[in-house]
Design a protein around this ligand. Structure first.
Ligand code: FE2
Ligand code: FE2
Length: 307
């Protein structure tokens, strides 16, 4: 298929269903003012009910042909992004329980229950894509996750298995620790979902749309991205409330970002990429991805009250 000049990104983020999440990163006004309307927890729940989708409905037949036709080198390079998402979805699905339980209000907990269901669906989306397309030849989900984990870099392990797990373990033991909760939400919703997941999705979808490849994957991944905007919208409203309530929470957000942002930037670079910031992969540089992630984070922080 002929490469298109204008990619789908712009039109995607302007779509009514993406805008409906009120994620500050999708709102240009957040460049200028912190006074941006966010959805309430109840409104976010209502949106979740209206934005359901099924992994079973996606058609991966063209994707299977595309994948078989990619040169081996390209398949290997694509595995870094795919593996980071697949394992990332599994880890966030399984680490959200302690955060949900520690959230102080009923409204917050009910929304976070919907998010656990979303993250489970995202894991199944990747599993189904891998299986139907023939990315890996593994028997069960456990074996598939173990095989794909070989493609990850060290920063990935540090961010999820050390930094995130330390906070969720703490919340399991001490759900009343409100600073630990603020740190966990900052790491989970602002850094992992807001900076990493949505940035990776943006560039991966853009590349496939330009190349006209993996249409079933792109369709499903758009649904995943819309879910992630809704999750980040929850993180934004939660952290805005906390930052206004208590100066110590504001400091907890700042401290977590200082610790996590450099590690997250390391995750954006594949293990085999040269140190050079201008290194290009799939038509964009590592510096481009970092700049995109930083811009989204800046808008969200402004709305939270830290900009
Ligand atoms: Fe997810
Ligand atoms: Fe998410």
């Amino acid at each position: 298929m002929e490469a298109k000049e204008v990619t789908g990104t712009q039109s995607r983020t302007e779509r009514a269903d993406f805008q409906a999440t009120a994620d500050p990163a999708l709102n240009e006004a957040a460049d200028r003012t912190a006074d941006v309307k966010l959805l309430t927890y109840g409104e976010l729940y209502g949106l979740w009910e209206r934005q359901q989708w099924q992994t079973q409905e996606l058609d991966f037949s063209q994707d299977r042909e595309d994948w078989a036709g990619f040169p081996e080198e390209e398949r290997f390079q694509r595995m870094y992004g795919l593996s980071s998402f697949f394992i990332g979805e599994q880890k966030v699905a399984e680490e959200l329980g302690p955060i949900m339980r520690a959230a102080p209000t009923e409204e917050q907990r009910i929304f976070l229950c919907t998010q656990i269901a979303d993250e489970a669906r995202h894991v199944r989306f990747f599993e189904r894509f891998y299986r139907e397309v023939g990315v890996l030849d593994a028997d069960g989900l456990t074996q598939m996750l173990a095989q794909t984990a070989e493609h990850l870099n060290e920063n990935f392990g540090l961010l999820f298995d050390e930094m995130l797990k330390r906070r969720t373990d703490r919340l399991s033991e001490e759900p009343e620790d409100s600073e630990a909760l603020v740190e966990a939400v900052t790491l989970y919703h602002m850094v992992i979902e807001g900076m990493l997941a949505l940035t990776g999705q943006h560039f991966i979808m853009d590349f496939n749309e330009r190349e006209g490849t993996l249409p079933g994957f792109v369709e499903g991944f758009q649904n995943v991205a819309r879910d992630e905007h809704r999750h980040v919208a929850f993180g934004s409203v939660f952290l805005r409330e906390k930052a206004h309530e208590d100066e110590r929470c504001k400091q907890a957000i700042q401290r977590t970002l200082e610790e996590a942002v450099p590690v997250a930037e390391g995750v954006l670079s594949p293990p085999w990429a040269p140190e050079d910031e201008d290194y290009e992969l799939f038509g964009f540089s590592i510096a481009d991805t970092r700049a995109f992630a930083a811009k989204c984070l800046t808008r969200r922080l402004k709305v939270i009250g830290l900009g």
